[in-house]
Write a new protein. Structure first.
Length: 229
């Protein structure tokens, strides 16, 4: 299904949703992006609810709901696919997510903080090395903040000079920077199906009683990856 046709389908489906379930949703949009699942090669993120402005109890939260046409296309290529049924299920799921956001002030505060720290990261400013854990958890050891995906792996996995990471059903290897020490953020370049933002492998510092209160800034570097066959 073409992008314009899919956008029209979503607009028709939105009209079938009772208004009380859309209060606070400022927009339902269709994006051409493809969001591959970080671990599973046959799974794609079809939609997302993005919290915007809110105050007080969170009951006045405004959100934006996005359906990803590229992800729908990718799944459709894998076999039988009912575009209308999948679009309806995704739309209603993300609207329910909006209602859940409104009821969970702690989660909203955590997500806002993570987004602010991620902005600092992009701007080259100091940031909390574990901020991503306050983002949206999408799998064990995997979080999403904005368009960026963070995958956490224990320091020392590998052979000292390189590290392996799973991404969307494939294995990749990257060389570690000389003299690297945790906490270390490796922005992966060369993935076959990358996310719209950064794919970041995080090698955190091991916390002990001796260093629990000592804050160590993270080092971030771009690394080229090669698929392991």
């Amino acid at each position: 299904m073409r992008l314009d046709d899919f956008r029209s389908l979503v607009e028709r489906l939105q009209r079938d949703v009772p208004q009380e379930f859309q209060n606070g949703v400022v927009a339902v949009e269709v994006s051409p992006k493809t969001l591959p699942h970080p671990l599973r090669g046959d799974v794609y993120t079809l939609g997302e609810c993005i919290p915007l402005e809110w105050s007080g109890s969170g009951a006045d939260l405004q959100s934006r709901v996005v359906l990803y046409h590229g992800s729908f296309q990718a799944l459709a290529r894998l076999g039988d696919f009912d575009w209308r049924a999948e679009a309806w299920e995704t739309l209603t799921h993300e609207l329910r997510h909006h209602l859940e956001w409104r009821a969970n002030v702690a989660a909203l505060e955590a997500y806002d903080w993570a987004a602010e720290e991620n902005f600092k990261r992009h701007e080259g400013e100091p940031f909390d090395p574990a901020f991503y854990r306050s983002g949206e958890r999408i799998a064990a050891g995997v979080w999403k903040v904005d368009d960026d995906v963070f995958m956490e792996q224990a320091w020392g996995v590998g052979r000292g000079e390189w590290v392996e990471v799973s991404w969307h059903g494939a294995r990749y290897r990257a060389s570690l920077p000389t003299g690297a020490r945790p906490p270390l953020l490796l922005v992966l370049d060369g993935l076959d199906e990358p996310p719209p933002g950064d794919a970041v492998l995080v090698l955190p510092r091991r916390t002990s009683l001796l260093n629990f209160w000592r804050r160590v800034p993270a080092t971030e570097t771009f690394v080229q990856v090669k698929e392991v066959t």
